[in-house]
Design a protein around this ligand. Structure first.
Ligand code: GRG
Ligand code: 1GP
Ligand code: MG
Length: 235
């Protein structure tokens, strides 16, 4: 079965809790050449802030996905192509693996056709997501590869996400996850800041995710990362 992300090289992650650069608009954001926009962040996200971003991006034709950090921020909008729901394979306890999901399914009527999961392997211990989920980030490359294989083969995950949010990762660990997967799509996110870093990580993954750069440097810098990712996959 084919999935939209099979054809992606680049995802832009917009944090609803952060501002765009002065003078930049969501139209500019949607015209960076990214393949999809993921809307989410770990800290201080609310349904209201989510709605603001979804509404602002709705009229452009880039696919829009919500990535909720908890069930309380999920919004119901026809502008969304879907929901990418994290599950943190190396979380310190079950809540961020299946517990939050159980609570969500209990209280909400889910649109299953638009709901997909991302099997996160969180590797930057200083990131908010690592602290919130109490992730065990002390993993060697072969541990990372083994988690990726478990995610794909035992849990049927179609997306595995190596997450270094805030810092550029260890290419050996990213490559170990990539090598472990047959069909699942490997997302890599963390510290991508320019053409070179995008090009380098894209060589070890299927999709690179760019986050803070949008809020810190703006849309022109993001466009360079799109070029870096696409060039890596064209070679
Ligand atoms: C069941 C539902 C609907 C939600 C639960 C989803 C889960 C398990 C979330 C746990 C992991 C998490 C908080 C993911 C959020 C996405 C993410 C990693 C965003 C990046 O956040 P950071 O960049 O670390 O944080 P800030 O941008 O807020 O600093
Ligand atoms: O903000 P950065 O470091 O680009 O990370 C992107 C993304 O993986 C965060 O979830
Ligand atoms: Mg962030």
């Amino acid at each position: 079965m084919s999935n939209p992300w099979d054809d992606w090289d680049h995802v832009l992650k917009v944090d609803p809790d952060k501002e765009l650069r002065d003078g930049e608009t969501f139209e500019d954001v949607c015209r960076t050449g990214t393949d999809a926009i993921e809307i989410g962040g770990t800290l201080d996200v609310t349904a209201e802030k989510m709605t603001r971003v979804v509404d602002a991006a709705a009229e452009y034709d880039v696919p829009l996905y919500q990535e909720p950090s908890n069930p309380g921020v999920v919004i119901d909008s026809p502008a969304l192509d879907g929901y990418l729901i994290p599950t943190v394979f190396n979380a310190g306890g079950p809540f961020w693996i299946t517990g939050a999901h159980k609570e969500w399914v209990r209280i909400d009527d889910l649109d299953w056709d638009r709901t997909h999961t991302e099997a996160y392997i969180v590797l930057n211990p200083d990131a908010a997501v690592a602290e919130v989920t109490d992730a065990n980030c002390d993993l060697a490359a072969d541990d990372v590869g083994a988690y990726a294989k478990v995610a794909e083969r035992m849990f049927g995950q179609e997306i595995v996400y190596v997450e270094y949010s805030g810092t550029f990762g260890d290419t050996e660990k990213v490559a170990a996850a990539h090598d472990a997967l047959d069909d699942a799509t490997l997302f890599y996110g963390g510290g991508i800041s320019d053409y070179e870093s995008a090009n380098e990580m894209a060589a070890h993954s299927d999709v690179i995710v760019v986050g803070d750069l949008l809020h810190d440097e703006g849309v022109d810098a993001v466009r360079e990362t799109v070029n870096g990712a696409k060039d890596a996959h064209d070679d």
